[in-house]
Design a protein around this ligand. Structure first.
Ligand SMILES: [Zn+2]
Length: 291
């Protein structure tokens, strides 16, 4: 009998286990030194802004949109409670894209007004700043759940296949892949590697305290609620209306009732952002200890 067939036993706790567990945590990335967005300036610019366009994202599908640096975009719930999966790229260079892991490390598991969506290495700069969040009142509920998470990935057909053997084609990963391929006029296989972990807009999630598992619950979003962003750089966005609907029961299937999501873009008046400039790419010299 190989040792791999032996039952796995839990490691025995050492005599000082309680003492080791009692060590107090420290914040990994104290963020007081992060450059602060000038929310007053953004708000003043927004108040005189005019709408420049809109895209209605159909249920179980995705759509792309572009936002010039210094403009705003708003994602709204329309018709019914619905969760959206958002990807962002630098419009001029798709290798710079939203980095959900570092955004989580810098701001926490869920994001709201005043927090920013950061880009991938080696760029690591704010791509967008959240300027309005009508679900900002939600906070953290008694289950440890909150909204707009950067802890999930994006629902995808590969995980569905792994867990159930099914081939479901309208997961956010596939929706985003189709939308990007159509927008850029490239084959699906070329578009797919650009799709990345998302901001889960309106999704209510957390981790169970007993098993540490990722959980979701019906989103508190209602028609009229929105999340609004200031574009710090020229952006290409893609938003998927998740097949999970409000994500109160299941995703990766056609079971949940789904609704569209509205994306609108707004341009501030000429001169409204006086003194503002898009953030520079990260200042690290990239020598990595050599030269
Ligand atoms: Zn999804």
């Amino acid at each position: 009998m190989s040792q791999h067939t032996q039952p796995v036993s839990a490691a025995e706790a050492p005599a000082d286990a309680a003492e080791r567990r009692a060590v107090k945590p420290v914040i990994c990335y104290p963020n007081e030194t992060l450059p602060k967005p000038d929310l007053d300036l953004y708000q003043a610019a927004r108040s005189g802004a005019v709408k420049t366009g809109e895209v209605l994202v159909q249920p179980r599908d995705a759509a792309c949109f572009t936002v010039p640096a210094g403009h705003f975009f708003r994602i709204s719930s329309v018709e019914g409670s619905q969760v959206g999966d958002l990807n962002l790229w630098n419009l001029n260079d798709l290798s710079e894209r939203f980095f959900s892991g570092k955004t989580r490390a810098l701001h926490g598991t869920h994001v709201t007004r005043g927090e920013r969506l950061w880009s991938s290495l080696p760029y690591l700069r704010p791509m967008a700043t959240i300027t309005e969040d009508t679900l900002g009142w939600y906070g953290i509920d008694s289950y440890g759940g909150s909204v707009h998470d950067v802890i999930g990935t994006r629902c995808d057909p590969y995980t569905g296949n792994l867990l159930s053997g099914d081939d479901y084609h309208y997961c956010c990963h596939s929706n985003l892949t189709r939308a990007l391929a159509d927008h850029l006029g490239i084959p699906l296989a070329e578009a797919e590697p650009h799709v990345h972990d998302v901001l889960n807009v309106f999704m209510c999630t957390g981790f169970t305290r007993d098993t540490g598992q990722y959980f979701m619950k019906a989103s508190p979003v209602r028609p009229g609620d929105y999340l609004e962003f200031f574009a710090e750089i020229d952006l290409l966005g893609a938003l998927s209306a998740c097949p999970g609907g409000d994500c109160g029961s299941e995703h990766t299937s056609d079971t949940a009732p789904c609704h569209p999501l509205l994306v609108e873009t707004f341009a501030p008046k000429e001169g409204a952002l006086a003194g503002w400039e898009p953030p520079a790419q990260n200042g690290y010299d990239r020598s990595h200890g050599r030269g």
